[in-house]
Each structure stands twice: as C-alpha cells, then as structure tokens.
Design a protein around this ligand. Structure first.
Ligand SMILES: [Zn+2]
Length: 76
C-alpha cells in the first residue's frame, strides 16, 4: 500500500515550485544608488531610483520564481 505523494507533501500551500527559491532584496547604498540582489546569485544593475531597483527585484522574482523579501529594501 502506498499512500504517500511526495510531490504534494513537499509542495507549499499555494502550489508554488518545490525548488528552494531565492530571496530578493533591494540594497539602498545611498542617494541615487540602489540595486536589487538575490540569494540565488542574481544581482541587478545600479539604479538611480530605489523604485527602479524594486522593479528589477519584482521582475527577477517573477521570471525566476524567487521570493521578494519583506521588508524588501535594506539600507546600508
Ligand atoms: Zn533569484
């Protein structure tokens, strides 16, 4: 008798990928210098606007199934 379904057991409640996702954060280094970075190894380019870096982060998260951190922006 086999009652275990590994795929369902390891899935998260919302049905997302079972692969460990990366965590995306936006680093605010200073005025006019923000960039997004992910624990999966990806990093966005330098942005003048924090909002632009946040867009990079969201875009990466959607395309690569990574997770946006909360809080998203980390000030140095
Ligand atoms: Zn990532």
């Amino acid at each position: 008798m086999c009652t275990s379904y590994p795929d369902e057991v390891t899935s998260t409640a919302d049905g997302q990928s079972v692969i460990e996702p990366g965590l995306v954060v936006v680093h605010r280094v200073g005025i006019g210098h923000s960039y997004a970075m992910c624990s999966c190894g990806w990093s966005g380019s330098r942005r003048l606007l924090k909002a632009a870096a946040c867009q990079d982060a969201w875009g990466h998260a959607v395309e690569n199934r990574c997770v946006v951190a909360y809080p998203m922006v980390v000030a140095y």
